[in-house]
Design a protein around this ligand. Sequence first.
Ligand SMILES: C[C@H](O)[C@H](O)[C@@H](O)C(=O)CO
Ligand SMILES: [Mn+2]
Length: 422
Amino acid sequence: MTLNEKYEIAKKEYEKWGIDVDNVLEQLKNVPISIHCWQGDDIAGFEVNKGELSGGIDVTGNYPGKARTPEELRADLEKALSLIPGKHRVNLHAIYGETNGEVVERDQLEPKHFENWVKWAKEHGLGLDFNPTLFSHEKAADGLTLSHPDEKIREFWINHCIASRKIGEYFGKELGTPSLTNIWIPDGYKDVPSDRLTPRQRLKNSLDTIFSEEINEEYNLDAVESKLFGIGSESYVVGSHEFYFGYALKNNKLCLLDTGHFHPTETVSNKISSMLLYSDKIALHVSRPVRWDSDHVVTLDDELREIALEIVRNGALDKVMIGLDFFDASINRVAAWTIGTRNMIKALLYAMLVPNEHLKQLQEDGNFTERLALMEEFKTYPFGAIWDYYCEKMGVPVKETWLEDVKQYEQDVLVKRDSVLA
Ligand SMILES: C[C@H](O)[C@H](O)[C@@H](O)C(=O)CO
Ligand SMILES: [Mn+2]
């Protein structure tokens, strides 16, 4: 039986529930995922004077062939994008600027340092998102940046974030789609603080300065990313969820939820509807915490499907900006991007193929038996046949055949990088 025949049979199963599958696929095509560049080189970046990875985050593994140059990273991203259905975005960090061998301090970065990325994005029909990098730098050595007691250090990081917003604005103007410029800082303390308020007051004041210049939201959207703890900030993080959700609401910014940044029993899926009651847009870093904020590659697990269901059932496909954030150096990095991004898109497709309005009505009617029964039965509806058809229709490999591409790329390209170095 051909993919099309399987698709037609599966489609009929969903049409019984009033689901227009062809229309679902048309919608899905237009949902961009922001793919994080830093999975490709273990968050190293291209600074001439690059620092060791810091900030309480960690990349484990030493799989061969990581990208070492902008050209290699873009080539690896192109390979991954060729295996992922749809048109997407690439998420950059400030440390991925290209400065022609010159040392450029982060508070001096300019749009011109990202011209090659914009040229590349235009060639590939991609949007670009951005992040100032407030880690892996001597001025972040003691784990404090925008909340640092030393005004000079705060000023440096404030200027870096101001420069970063201008780069985000440049991306938006050049590419015709607003860049999401997301600020995450590692600030916090290993052990119990004696004063939680003062650092938070300093962070608030720093952010007020950073955002004091209005930038047209047609070109740049600002997000702030909360965290619960990091390595070395186990007891206290200045930029907690409460801090940033409050800041975002009062200052009309996007609050960014990273799925690894909450207590293990908390779920981001459960937060989306509440936050969308008060915010026009929110942003996500979809990751997979194992035991801690481990940044594992995203798998098609219950929480990923629930996040997708919350986005779809709340009509929020244009209100939730979906970014990915994982970094696994124990496997082929192109495969990591491909697995994680395809899974995010699969989860959205799954959610769009559930009779959400019918299930809502069952809840309203207090019919919890049928609500549970159907939610469970839809987990084994022929969703895979629709996904396979979608991949073929979008011109990307069906099922696991993409793996052959990655294996070939590894032999042809990736392994040669390390042999050159050896
Ligand atoms: C590299 C990113 O800025 C980083 O992963 C951040 O988004 C985060 O989630 C830190 O835990
Ligand atoms: Mn994140």
